[in-house]
Design a protein around this ligand. Structure first.
Ligand code: 5GP
Ligand code: MN
Length: 304
């Protein structure tokens, strides 16, 4: 079986993919894990992260795709996944496209890793400490360490069980949140410097043009989590970060919101998506052109 997940993978994507791989090992099913990108620095601690490859070694008959709402987000792994012929999809995003022959989708689940945890417990799977850490990483990262509204009683109950199976919560929190490379912190300074606050302080956003990346020697990976820093303002209902990390005319946007404000819906018009409170999209234009488009859409979302 061939396991894949979305490009620019986060803790839920890789934690889920590795946990699935370890589960398949435990029932003696041959498998491989591929992804468009290798683990980012803050996920390098994940047990067995060396399994993640950019290309499969062989052809497989079944694909298992995790934490993915649209096929484009498979990136360069898309061909290998489509070559398998059949696909099982396990996900918690609001459906955007509906890929997969078998779909296990629960948009109320805080993380794909939580859906897997349910499945593994239902199957009486043997959960090793490594598997528990992978699953816990997915749930911890997608709930913001159990701070977001998606933290349900069930997520805490299942995480308690994962701790009993040897999941290492302290290691996860340290590695994911407290080991930032200097480039990330220097970018944070730029984010705060370039920040604009609109709509009676309810919309906080910032831009990172290509020059900021070259000045610092930073890459896209170093922007992970920066959009959240603008949500610390008590009046902020939406925060957004626009960035131009590689070539000019390719701009990524990350948007976060509080409560009932659905930013995934607001980004649909730009071909983006995600979750109600955490979404993203890509603009193929300059950052100067993208900024007013995004700002208008977010203002509308706030009723301005
Ligand atoms: P992030 O801002 O952390 O990159 O992404 C936040 C959420 O939005 C993630 O759940 C991710 O899957 C989703 N997302 C980010 N970029 C895109 C995009 O270009 N298209 C879609 N459909 N979802 C996205
Ligand atoms: Mn997820």
């Amino acid at each position: 079986m061939l396991i894949s997940t979305h490009l620019n993978p986060d803790g839920d994507a890789l934690g889920s993919a590795l946990a699935m791989s370890l589960y398949l090992d435990s029932i003696e099913v041959e498998n491989e894990v591929i992804c468009n990108n290798l683990a980012p620095y803050n996920l390098e601690f994940l047990p067995h992260k060396d399994r993640i490859r950019l290309n499969p070694k062989k052809k497989h008959e079944l694909a298992i795709v995790l934490d993915l709402d649209s096929l484009e987000r498979l990136g360069k792994t898309r061909d290998a996944i489509e070559d398998c012929g059949r696909m099982v999809l396990i996900d918690h995003h609001i459906p955007h496209q509906e890929p997969g022959d078998v779909r296990i989708v629960d948009v109320k689940a805080p993380a794909t890793a939580l859906i897997l945890t349910r499945l593994f417990f239902a199957l009486n799977a043997k959960i090793s400490p490594e598997m528990a850490t992978c699953l816990l990483t997915g749930i911890v990262t997608d709930t913001g360490s159990f701070r977001y509204r998606n933290t349900t009683p069930e997520s805490l109950e299942l995480c308690a069980k994962l701790l009993q199976f040897g999941g290492d919560l302290v290691q996860i929190n340290e590695e994911v949140y407290q080991k930032k490379p200097i480039e990330s912190v220097l970018l944070l300074r730029k984010v705060l410097d370039n920040m604009k606050v609109l709509c009676d302080d309810q919309l906080a956003y910032s831009v990172l043009p290509a020059k900021d990346f070259t000045d610092i020697g930073a890459v896209e990976m170093h922007t992970e989590g920066l959009v959240n820093e603008m949500m610390f303002i008590r009046t902020t209902k939406i925060s957004a970060l626009l960035r131009e990390p590689g070539e000019r005319k390719l701009v990524r946007a990350s948007v976060r919101s509080r409560g009932d404000i659905d930013v995934a819906a607001a980004l649909r018009e730009f071909g983006g998506g995600g979750h109600k409170n955490a979404a993203g999209c890509t603009f193929e234009m300059s950052i100067e052109e993208a900024e007013p488009l995004l700002v208008e859409a977010l203002k509308k979302c706030l009723g301005y």
